[in-house]
Design a binder for this molecule. Structure first.
Ligand code: SAM
Length: 413
């Protein structure tokens, strides 16, 4: 049992800060392992410096690879032989469990008959999220509410009114139909939450389930500016909306120089998890990786330059047309002339071999996903502490329900 990451008032050195600070120096010390992406850099520097680790990864069969992909903690234990500071991995990635118990969650979750249009996982996520916030004492705002699944769950459980902000008119209309059908004290409003003149109700509990990047960062700023009494949110897609390198929100993270200087791709790394992706989706992703890496091998030889050439998104049906069709499309997009004779079988095989290797090398990079995510979330928590909020950070549901299971719960002190 761990203690909630919570600041006692007037403590300049909060638990949140201490955790962030340890993560910050640990991540900075392992930069060589998470900075280069094996997809674009076939031989990251750490492969040369740690040949034993690279050999161990390359010999791994698919079943072990899958086991380690699904359980980074297990992998962290194994690779300590080559990366001794991974001994800190469990402590650094541990947060409190804000999910008190299954019976309570069940009572906070909408019954299936009332959860029209609500995918099963979303219904359970909303229930667990709602339960982790109990008791609520203010009317709520559901930020980027979609059809209002969280809004309806919150209002049903707390008995308090909820306003949802969502900019997609179809979702607003469908959501309001559900609200009327089930007589929930909820109103969904068509609203661009990024609008500078967004009109907030006074004294509300701001909530957001899986609002992306700049959407949740705007939420934090608005709540702080308006001194709303409480903010509870689970962030998602940290890379969306941001430009340039990540600028921390908190004074303490900004004061710490040099910062991690996270790029958009590194922010995306924090959410690259396929733990809930179905088999078919995983297989399709593997095929696309093989095609792209096969082209990558060929283009390096044709251009005489050992550098990655980024490709735009491809038409969704293209992978089914086979390797040659894919390469012809990619070459056309990059204005690259293909020779009359191409050994398609050879380059297709190169793509398969590179894909196998990338999958194994990425195991190491992916060890840093959760630490990076936590580093970001703790920065958000510190920004709220800077503004005088008391903050808890923890998980609101099991990782198998959603890997985006972190919750920041800030109460105005
Ligand atoms: C990842 S979904 C989350 C939806 C909902 N919270 C849930 O968990 O089901 C993000 C939602 O944000 C909405 N959205 C995106 N940009 C927005 C904006 N600028 N203003 C309002 N809503 C926005 C999208 O239309 C989408 O419904």
């Amino acid at each position: 049992m761990t203690l909630p990451l919570q600041r006692s008032l007037n403590d300049p050195d909060s638990m949140v800060y201490r955790h962030w600070d340890r993560l910050n120096s640990w991540l900075a010390g392992h930069r060589a392992f998470w900075h280069p992406a094996p997809f674009t850099v076939p031989q990251p520097g750490w492969v040369v410096d740690n040949p034993g680790l690279a050999r161990w990864l390359e010999q791994m069969d698919d079943a072990d690879c899958k086991r380690f992909e699904d359980d980074p903690g297990l992998l962290a234990g194994e690779v300590q032989r080559w990366m001794p500071r991974l001994v800190d991995y469990p402590a650094l990635t541990m947060v409190s469990d804000l999910q008190p118990g299954h019976e309570a969650i069940a009572s906070a979750t909408l019954a299936e008959r009332e959860a029209t249009d609500m995918p099963g996982r979303k219904r359970l996520q909303a229930g667990a999220f709602c339960d982790a916030l109990s008791p609520m004492s203010h009317p709520a705002v559901d930020w980027c509410c979609g059809k209002g699944h969280l809004a309806r769950t919150l209002s049903r459980h707390s008995g308090l009114p909820v306003i949802g902000f969502e900019w997609n008119p179809t979702l607003v209309e469908d959501g309001n139909d559900l609200v009327h059908r089930f007589s929930d004290p909820v109103v969904l409003q068509r609203q661009d939450v990024m609008a500078p003149d967004l009109s907030w109700p006074d004294e509300v509990h701001a909530t957001a389930l899986h609002a992306c990047g700049d959407l949740h960062r705007k939420l934090i700023r608005d709540v702080i500016r308006l001194r709303q009494p409480r903010l509870s949110f689970s962030p998602c897609c940290y890379h969306l909306g941001g430009r340039g390198t990540y600028q921390p929100l908190s004074h303490r993270a900004r004061a710490c120089q040099p910062g991690l200087g996270l790029s958009r791709d590194e922010l995306r790394l924090a959410v690259k998890e396929t733990v809930t992706a179905p088999q078919g989706v995983r297989r399709q992703a593997e095929l696309v990786r093989q095609l792209r890496l096969g082209f990558d091998g060929l283009q390096r030889v044709l251009r005489g330059q050992d550098t990655y050439l980024p490709l735009p998104p491809h038409p969704s049906t293209l992978p089914k047309e086979g390797f040659e069709a894919f390469v012809r499309w990619a070459a056309d997009k990059k204005g690259l002339e293909l020779p009359g004779q191409v050994d398609w079988g050879h380059w297709e095989q190169v793509g398969r071999a590179r894909s196998r290797q990338v999958r194994r090398y990425e195991l190491v990079r992916h060890l840093f996903r959760r630490p990076l995510e936590l580093w970001l979330v703790l920065d958000y928590a510190m920004a709220l502490e800077d503004a005088g909020y008391q903050v808890r950070v923890g998980t609101f549901c099991d990782r198998s329900l959603t890997p985006r299971n972190l919750l920041v719960d800030a109460v105005r002190a």
